[in-house]
Ligand binder design. Structure first.
Ligand SMILES: [Zn+2]
Ligand SMILES: [Zn+2]
Length: 252
């Protein structure tokens, strides 16, 4: 059987026939059996605010990209370029513009939600704080990366340098944090930025952000850490991440 004209796959057939189905088809075009579509969708389209699923590529209501990636194309391209330069293997993350706070739910580690107010409610497109957006996305990707590679957080080495990730969270709202700053801060000598000191998970996300924004150039990074008199433990955090990134590519 052939897919109908203009077909795009939004999901797989409920019955496991292997065929793709397009929202909201009542029947699978491949095996003909009934399809069940969820009534309440997990997300909302940043273009039309109607319900969409996180993995859809086209909004069935307005026809635009329901992830909102088209609204932050330049920032995303920059982040992808930095990840590539840092030689970090793609773990299948997906950035979504959604209402509410930015963050990653550990139950869906690949989905990175960015507060759409940063973009959609900016008065003019030129006013979008571009550097802030790049920094915020990279920081959130740090959370996604660790949740995806969760076993790393359970290693003795990780616990020694970053601490216990199950420690209670005090700070949740990251909106006040200035992720546009690319400098390593002078305060808190065991941490890369002041915000990193709030929780081991934030510590990792900030180390990840700085590591990626420096394109994994360890020599330059260490020179910078030396200039602001950072503790040895901070170097060890970067070394741990660097080794892990390389191990994912099969290097030693
Ligand atoms: Zn839409
Ligand atoms: Zn964070």
């Amino acid at each position: 059987m052939r897919a109908p004209k203009g077909f795009r796959q939004d999901a797989r057939c409920d019955w496991g026939c292997g065929g793709g189905v397009q929202y909201p088809m009542p029947f699978c075009p491949w095996c003909g059996r009934d399809q069940d579509w969820p009534d309440d969708n997990t997300g909302s389209c940043p273009h039309c605010s109607r319900g969409v699923e996180d993995w859809w590529h086209v909004c069935p209501w307005c026809g635009f990209d329901p992830s909102g990636q088209d609204l932050i194309g330049a920032a995303l391209a920059r982040v992808r370029g930095l990840l590539k330069a840092a030689k970090i293997k793609d773990w299948g993350y997906r950035v979504l513009l959604r209402p509410g706070v930015s963050g990653v739910d550990p139950r869906s580690p690949k989905l990175v939600e960015i507060d759409r107010d940063y973009v959609v409610n900016a008065k003019r497109r030129t006013e979008i704080p571009w550097r802030m957006l790049v920094g915020l996305i990279t920081h959130e990707l740090g959370h996604s990366f660790l949740y995806y590679h969760w076993s790393l957080s359970r290693t003795d080495e990780f616990r020694r340098v970053f601490g216990e990730v199950h420690k209670a969270y005090r700070v949740q709202d990251e909106t006040w944090v200035d992720f546009a700053k690319k400098r390593v801060s002078r305060v808190k000598s065991a941490y890369v930025t002041a915000y990193a000191a709030t929780h081991p998970l934030e510590d990792f996300a900030e180390v990840f952000r700085i590591y990626v924004s420096r394109k994994a150039k360890m020599k330059e990074l260490f020179t910078e850490l030396g200039r602001v008199n950072k503790d040895l433990i901070l170097y060890e955090k970067f070394i741990l991440l660097h080794r892990f990134v390389r191990s994912l590519r099969g290097w030693r």
